[in-house]
Design a protein. Structure first.
Ligand SMILES: Nc1ncnc2c1ncn2[C@@H]1O[C@H](COP(=O)(O)OP(=O)(O)O)[C@@H](O)[C@H]1O
Ligand SMILES: [Mg+2]
Length: 149
């Protein structure tokens, strides 16, 4: 697992942009961390790194936003309101899993049982002050079982 410390939203965005270089077709990026931790900030940077110029915002009401990048399509999910398998099916999550797109999934706590094997976990935690975040990136098995608590 890799761990990063950022001290501003801009630094988290920049981390997302550099992370885009490691993204491959079919990758699922599962974000963990509560409200205001910087999940959307990371995805904003990720989108930029994938060559997407659109302004990325939390898909809280739309549940999923689609962006066409230079080489890869990005589906950006917000699972905040997803409580049941039926809800999850309705987002199209399982359909997009079978494509060559990159999936970025905010509030993966709510769908952890549905994440595919090999999903990349991105956990954002508060740091020592208001603007600091500790960002851990790795495979699911590298994280505690209670990641979603
Ligand atoms: N190091 C940091 N990384 C990311 N966001 C930060 C950081 N420090 C402060 N912030 C602020 O935290 C908020 C993060 O919002 P957002 O990315 O929408 O979070 P989330 O999608 O996790 O709810 C923004 O208001 C941002 O300015
Ligand atoms: Mg968000």
């Amino acid at each position: 697992m890799n761990q990063y410390t950022t001290n501003s939203a801009q630094q988290t965005i920049a981390l997302g942009t550099s992370f885009a270089k490691d993204c491959r077709a079919g990758d699922v990026l599962a974000f963990f961390g509560g409200m205001g931790m910087g999940k959307t900030a990371f995805v904003k940077g990720l989108a930029k790194g994938l060559g997407i110029s659109a302004d990325v915002t939390s898909p809280t009401f739309s549940l999923v936003n689609e962006y066409r990048g230079e080489a890869l399509t990005l589906y950006h999910f917000d699972m905040y309101r997803i409580n049941t398998w039926e809800d999850l099916y309705s987002t199209g999550f399982f359909d997009y899993l079978d494509t060559d797109a990159v999936l970025a999934v905010e509030w993966s706590e709510n769908i952890e049982n549905a994440l595919p094997e090999g999903a990349v976990y991105i956990k954002i935690q508060a740091g020592e002050n208001e603007d600091q975040r500790i960002i851990s990136i790795g495979k699911g098995e590298e994280f505690d079982e209670d990641i979603g608590d």
